[in-house]
Design a protein. Structure first.
Lengths: 134, 165
């Protein structure tokens, strides 16, 4: 092989070219390869869609099961009778309760009511009093 | 680019793409076919999208190189686990001088660092400029130029040694 740069390039070019041509000539048929790829893509698309349908069905089942469970639990709670002890405790009143009933204590348990009617307010005439000479 | 146009481009560059896949796979034919198929699949599925920033050839060769790297990593693991390492597949029969020369050339090329051999393959076999080779390999033009220069010198040395021995 020559030490000259151009000769070296030429020699390498020839060797690479020969190798490339040999590789290119042994390439598989492109149409066959693309057809195989199309089949593969269609198959994987089917698998993907099947998988998503399965996932959606599983999710729906989970949702339905949880709704059923949530609905059935409170009903069960209503149906089961309270124990007698619990009823007794709820109805128990302290004997000293009467001491808390002071005069005016009912005012603390209710909201004040304003006696005000809208129809009266509309018909009412307000006369100015400020800065008016009598 | 529409899918139909992409297919036309793939068909046009198929032979060169296969030669490049062979180069990326150490001339293992079976692996090169797998890599090429996986690369086409990536492009047709839209996982690798051509943005038009370079030529389609540069884009395609870049996808093939990346796919070959992924396959190589997988193969290293598989070879390690199953211990089924395979050498280059092709071994032409007969002692004709062209085949012997080609085998010696391949052996010399295999001794080069991967980047250097890739740049040389792209420039000499695929007719790319050093700039295009750099784009394909996702490296800077300066690095590609250094790899090209060093690779050429080393290959010449290796071939010269082979000729003398």
């Amino acid at each position: 092989m020559s030490s000259n740069g151009e000769d070296l390039d030429g020699e390498l070019g020839r060797l690479f070219e020969a190798q490339c041509r040999a590789d290119e000539s042994s390439a598989p048929d492109v149409r066959e390869l693309l057809a195989r790829l199309k089949d593969h893509r269609a198959r994987s698309r089917r698998i993907r869609s099947g998988r998503s349908i399965l996932l959606a069905a599983a999710a729906m089942i989970v949702v339905a099961m949880s709704v059923i469970l949530l609905r059935s639990n409170p009903r069960q709670a209503h149906q089961t009778p309270l124990p007698a002890v619990a009823t007794q405790i709820a109805e128990w009143k302290a004997p000293t309760d009467v001491l808390l009933q002071t005069p005016g204590s009912d005012l603390l348990r209710q909201l004040p009511v304003l006696e005000f009617r809208a129809s009266e307010a509309a018909s009412a005439v307000f006369e100015p009093t400020k800065g008016v000479e009598k | 680019m529409t899918p139909a146009e992409t297919e036309v481009e793939i068909e046009r560059l198929h032979a060169a793409g296969f030669a490049w896949a062979m180069a990326c796979c150490g001339r293992r034919r079976e692996r090169a076919e797998d890599v090429l198929q996986a690369s086409y699949l990536k492009i047709l599925d839209g996982r690798a999208r051509f943005e038009g920033r370079s030529s389609f050839k540069t884009f395609l060769f870049g996808v093939i190189r990346r796919t070959a790297s992924e396959e190589r990593r997988k193969a290293i693991l598989t070879d390690f686990v199953f211990r089924n390492g395979t050498g280059p597949e092709e071994s032409p029969a007969g002692g004709d001088p062209v085949s012997v020369e080609r085998l010696a050339f391949r052996a010399a090329l295999a001794k080069l660092p991967r980047r250097q051999s890739e740049v040389l393959e792209l420039v000499f076999s695929m007719g790319m400029t050093v700039q295009e080779a750099a784009e394909t390999l996702s490296i800077s033009a300066g690095s590609a130029r250094v790899h090209y220069d060093r690779g050429k010198k080393r290959l010449a040395l290796l071939l010269g040694k082979g000729n003398r021995g």
